[in-house]
Design a protein. Structure first.
Lengths: 341, 341, 341
């Protein structure tokens, strides 16, 4: 089940030009393009006439001409032309999605456009903030999107999955503090006077001890910002610190496939291109380690006898908290939808 | 759902020799071969003993010896030998299909053999008529066969899908006249004094204006002959005309896959092999443009919420007429079948 | 359906070392390894915490540390460590399977460990007997395991499928005697004074007539030993005979996929490595001929209308006998299981 009244990342902003792009989000086909004026439009990728993929058609100005029989829809999804006839039936229209471009990404509101609330776009300002520079990408994962949220809300896995880059014993040995604040989950772990993990040592050029912070903020449906800091031990001297945000948004393609959008955005050595490349390569390799683990989890979710349950541990607090919030919102959405019918 | 009491193309005649060939039609496995006497035989491709594929066996004279345990069936599907025993149970037989070779193709009647009626084989005489020459092939498409019938009954798509070969503005600008005649649908479009589409200009060696005819005849379940003509504008001078039939028969492999048999058969420049090659290459490329559109339609048919409907337009008249006829025949067949039980 | 209270081959013994291996048996994921002391351990390949694949973790001594969050299980499946917390919930454990190494293979008991009975491991002693030497392998087949048992219990198929190696007319012309002995099926065929099949002639270096024995013993769930002999016709002179056992055990991966473990183990020319290679290559090619036939059977099992039945013949006696025994045991197991609930 998916929360429909929510923003999902549909693309990187730079991916969307004045040409037709295609995405699946939560099982829905969507065609996306940028108007001549520069605004991003998202319509159902399905011609209301005979279900042809609109994304196989062509743009005429800001309208899409279906590539099958020429039915033409404007950027609100309204039909403006049916070749060979004057009359345009009222039902000849494609669904239009509310779209916002923010923090380098194109966000699409899957649910009722009248309820679209920009305030619900997560706070990922560091992707766009002056004084910060980011690198990032997107990864297709053959697993349910919530397995990825779980992963990011319990960073103890770094010790076991990512010992080559961002994991070490300190992570598992330091308890985290989890709190639920409205529809958000916050998980905070401060590791004092600890050996830096391999990637931190490489980035800072020293393995002298650090105070390491991990401050995680989860926002529905699947957005996670991690404020990651490595100060020289005993100081909060930002001038000598590693500090970056790990920004993550997971878009369900369907219930067994996801596209994982990520950035690492840092506020130091902004012009060091070699550093950017080191971070990109190391973090991508790190996330691909997660993918192996998570895709095997997904397989077991599909093959396990329904009686089989999971056994919770203390470290699950963040992941379970986020799941409970999302389940409640999905339940409320279903209730509101059946009440309005 | 498929109409069972109907003829389907199982193969090109030249594909069937005195050796075992395998086809799936409407979900049924069928083994086909030519007897020593030259007659084409089609049996269920499933040994009645243990379901081995008979097509993996071998021909002994005109009988098939199953390649697993040697059960041997004659060309009526009757068992003539069970190795190691004298007694042959009455139930040891494979279903036999009525077969007719006509118009270069092998037609198989999927339903009750006693109801097989050769008069129901569509009129595709131009594939075999003296004074005509054809080129053609078969294409596997990952879509329901009716999406292909729809395609051929609404040629307005040529303007949008086939602008490189047989489409231009004239097609979309000229209304067609659709009529239902018994179990047939006829769609006629006459474009007067119009620019020829690119392939017509190339074939005739001139882009001087033409009168262009498209006369479509649909016969159940999925047979379409298009009488295509390009006369010098204002004359019906056949000696200077392009005239060919586009002959099409679509065989469902299952409900999501089809094999599309096609020819273009012309009555001019019969010996011009280079022209034959030009037509073959151009029409194959044209049909492959359809395949892209149709396979994307099929995907949406599988993923659309069941509440989603299509919105009809004037140009659908032929396609909808054909669907209504086929639905009625399938319904009548189901009623007759339950009445006889 | 699978018999759970039964031994299945999970691996060749030589495949299992002090490292984590992964297998699926009857739909269950299993992680297998050899302890430092040399004992083979099999656990459910699913961390009780969040369903991660334990086989992606690592061995610490004889315990598995889950590669996701470090939950550590000993070789009984009991949890010995949860990183970051003292309390270990009782339910935090992975299922442990009874394991026996015997006849070169690792056998896993899928059902209730208290009912595991080593006497039920089939008698495949010739894989390990002094005076015998074997060659063998394993083959993945896209078919239900019972189609492979059927195949081995009716060797008349050799005449049709394996004419290049072990089949000839004598097999189909000589009736077999089938008997059911408790939960075993025995099928015996003695061919007197007969031409040797091609592989026998090649192995013995002569095509002078032989007396050929095939003595098949089926043990549940899917184990078949075939005592194959080729004596000089009229003698039972073992010194000039070809004699080998064809040892077969088929492990269901799931209901549509199987892993077929096989050996040919002989008691002559023990040190003739070229002969071993000839036998290996010839028998593997022979079994791959079966795979083609059996995978096509499986496809028909999936596509056939449920009304379609098979028609039995005399040669089926062994295969049907084995199916009846296995069906009864599965039924009894289900009854016992519901009684104990």
């Amino acid at each position: 089940m998916f929360l429909k009244n929510a923003w999902y990342v549909a693309a990187w902003s730079h991916e969307i030009e004045h040409t037709l792009a295609q995405r699946w989000i939560a099982g829905e086909p969507i065609v996306i393009y940028r108007t001549e004026g520069g605004r991003v439009v998202a319509l159902e990728d399905r011609c209301p006439h005979r279900r042809a993929a609109l994304s196989l058609g062509r743009l005429i100005g800001d309208s899409i001409e279906c590539g099958y029989h020429g039915v033409t829809l404007d950027c609100s999804g309204a039909c403006v032309k049916i070749p060979g006839q004057e009359l345009i039936p009222k039902t000849m229209k494609a669904r239009s999605y509310r779209v916002v471009e923010k923090w380098q990404w194109v966000w699409v509101w899957l649910g009722d456009p009248d309820q679209a609330d920009e305030a619900l776009i997560p706070d990922f300002r560091w992707n766009s903030e002056p004084g910060w520079t980011y690198t990032g990408g997107s990864i297709d994962v053959k697993a349910n999107y919530q397995l990825l949220t779980d992963n990011l809300l319990d960073l103890t896995h770094e010790t076991y999955v990512h010992a080559k880059t961002i994991g070490n014993q300190a992570v598992i040995e330091t308890p985290a503090i989890t709190s639920v604040v409205g529809n958000e989950v916050h998980v905070k772990r401060i590791m004092s006077n600890t050996k830096p993990p391999p990637l931190f040592a490489k980035v800072r050029g020293t393995d002298s001890p650090i105070d390491r912070w991990q401050v995680i903020r989860y926002q529905t449906p699947a957005n996670i910002a991690i404020d990651a800091r490595g100060y020289p031990a005993g100081s909060e001297d930002m001038s000598q610190a590693l500090r970056w945000f790990s920004i993550n948004s997971i878009t369900p393609i369907d219930d067994k496939t996801s596209r994982y959008y990520w950035t690492i955005t840092r506020c130091f050595a902004l012009d060091d291109q070699a550093l950017t490349e080191l971070i990109h390569k190391s973090i991508l390799a790190t996330f691909m380690e997660d993918v192996v683990v998570i895709e095997a989890q997904q397989l077991r979710m599909q093959t396990d006898h329904p009686d089989k349950h999971e056994v919770g541990i203390a470290a699950d607090a963040g992941a379970l908290g986020a799941r409970r919030i999302l389940e409640r919102l999905i339940r409320e959405e279903a209730l509101a939808s059946s009440a309005s019918t």
